[in-house]
Write a protein that binds this ligand. Structure first.
Ligand code: SAH
Length: 473
């Protein structure tokens, strides 16, 4: 039979915990949070329970269990670890009509303690009626990932405005619609961004001019990371699960798009053949604007981090100029991911004190770089979009004094199932890239730290430095 769920108000009500070990300690702590007057009965206590007794948070009944301990108790938790004693406690509680929980012994329980997800005062409780506690706790972990932290602040706000909302919307249907707006509209994201004053203003305004409530659209600029879906942030996942429309680059993995809300519209905005970059970018701007203006929540999903060679800045400038609300969720950039997945620490006390993220996707951009500075030793260069320019790069680095023995690692498809890492030293870089036919997307990591890759590698195929260039030249 399913259990009857209830949330008990234990403020200032006496509750008995029997047992003085670590389990009793955890149970007592949870009861203290709920404001119960906790008494702990046991011959001995853990140091931290003792500290609670000294702090006046818990009263200690020293000794072994007797029925008299149950006098006045509203609830009992048996956490002695001794089945016989627990059984006696359960029987005594039953006699006196007091609800009892026996830790890890559902057959002896008259109440169960659920797995919890908490956001402020908002509490989700999960129970399997003691049948599958592990399942319940896995489900709890899953819910933790999808529910935004700002829900706590939102529920407190809803509590504070409850009467005003009731007055403003005496009609139940209207009130429901208002709460839907409160949950899905602009207030929750403002709270999530710690803009409490603005959230309050928005709420006040909605109460004063309820007819003007429209579902305001917005854009969340989200970094999808380098490919491995596990590298998404919780915020990225939550945004994907709430999106109405997802505007994504071609480089974003299908496995990541699979995590999005099923009925979200997906739009691939990769460059079309014959279209130049400026035209692509204009098309993207217009799409974002049009969908947000129509009241939709748009997720603009980009590979890696949106602010690292991702044109995220340009997109936000465009949206800002048109008054579209936005937020940004950073992603793991390819340099960080490729370094980590190839076993290369980007900085190292002995080998590199700085990291440069740079791009050289064409001859023009190569010519604008400060080669003298980049060629200094004991620093790491991470080069984006550079596969076609390795020859130029090598030539410039050597010309500006970087040692031809400087180690490099080329990481192709970093963090993905097909990741390949080619290592060697600077003077052989173009030849090795050609020999191994390295293709985009690939990241060049150049600097002393790259020598660590063969030792520290842990992902994908093992790395064998290629030093035999006899037939590569
Ligand atoms: N905003 C992205 C970079 C976009 S530029 C970020 O922060 O990562 C695209 C370049 O990133 C590619 O040409 C390649 O150099 C690099 N890149 C992206 N994903 C990669 C991957 N999985 N492995 C190796 N390089 C990658």
């Amino acid at each position: 039979m399913p259990l009857y769920p209830l949330f008990a108000d234990l403020r200032d009500r006496p509750v008995l915990v029997v047992g003085g070990g670590p389990v009793a300690e955890r149970k007592a702590a949870a009861l203290i949070v709920a404001g119960a007057r906790v008494r702990v009965g046991a011959p001995e206590l853990t140091a931290s329970l003792r500290a609670r007794v000294e702090a006046g948070e818990v009263r200690w009944i020293e000794g072994t269990f007797t029925g008299a301990w149950l006098d006045e108790a509203w609830l009992v938790v048996a956490a002695t670890g001794d089945r016989r004693v627990n059984r006696a406690i359960a029987a005594a509680a039953e006699d006196r009509c007091i609800l009892v929980n026996v830790v890890d012994d559902p057959a002896l329980c008259s109440f169960h303690v659920p797995a919890l997800v908490r956001r402020g005062l908002l509490t989700l409780a999960i129970s399997s009626a003691g049948q599958a506690p592990v399942l319940a706790s896995r489900l709890r972990a899953r819910l933790e990932t999808v529910l935004d932290e700002s829900l706590g602040a939102l529920s407190e706000l809803a509590g504070r405005y409850r009467l005003r909302i009731r007055e403003a919307f005496p009609d139940v249907t209207q009130r429901r619609r208002f709460y839907a707006w409160l949950l899905d509209g602009p207030v929750a994201p403002l709270l999530g961004r710690h803009r409490e004053a603005e959230a309050l203003r928005t709420l006040e305004q909605a109460l004063q001019t309820p007819h003007a409530i429209a579902r305001a659209g917005r854009v969340t600029l989200v970094g999808a990371g380098p490919g491995d879906p596990g590298l998404l942030t919780l915020k990225a996942l939550r945004a994907l699960q709430r999106a109405d429309v997802i505007v994504h680059d071609r480089l974003v993995d299908a496995a990541i798009l699979d995590l999005a809300r099923r009925d979200a519209e997906r739009i691939d905005v990769g460059k079309r053949s014959g279209e130049d970059h400026a035209a692509t970018q204009r098309r993207i701007h217009d799409l974002l604007h049009a969908h947000a203006a129509a009241g939709r929540h748009v997720v603009r999903l980009k590979g890696g981090d949106p602010f690292v060679f991702g044109r995220g800045g340009e997109e936000l400038e465009f949206l800002r100029a048109r008054g579209v609300d936005y937020e940004v969720v950073p992603g793991v950039s390819a340099a960080m991911a490729c370094a980590a997945y190839a076993g290369i620490p980007l900085t190292h006390r002995e080998h590199a004190q700085s990291v440069h993220l740079l791009t050289a996707h064409c001859k023009d951009s190569i010519d604008t770089l400060d080669w003298r500075a980049l060629a200094r030793e004991r620093q790491t260069l991470a080069l984006y979009m550079g596969v076609a320019q390795l020859e130029h790069l090598t030539e410039r680095m050597l010309a500006h004094g970087r040692d031809g023995d400087t180690p490099f690692a080329l990481v192709e498809n970093g963090s993905r199932p097909g990741q390949r890492v080619v290592t060697g030293c600077l003077r052989d870089l173009p030849a090795l890239a050609r020999r191994h036919d390295v293709r985009a997307p690939a990241m060049l990591i150049l600097g002393e730290v790259a020598a660590l890759a063969p030792q520290l590698a842990w992902f994908g195929a093992a790395i064998h430095p290629d030093t035999d260039l006899a037939d590569a030249a």
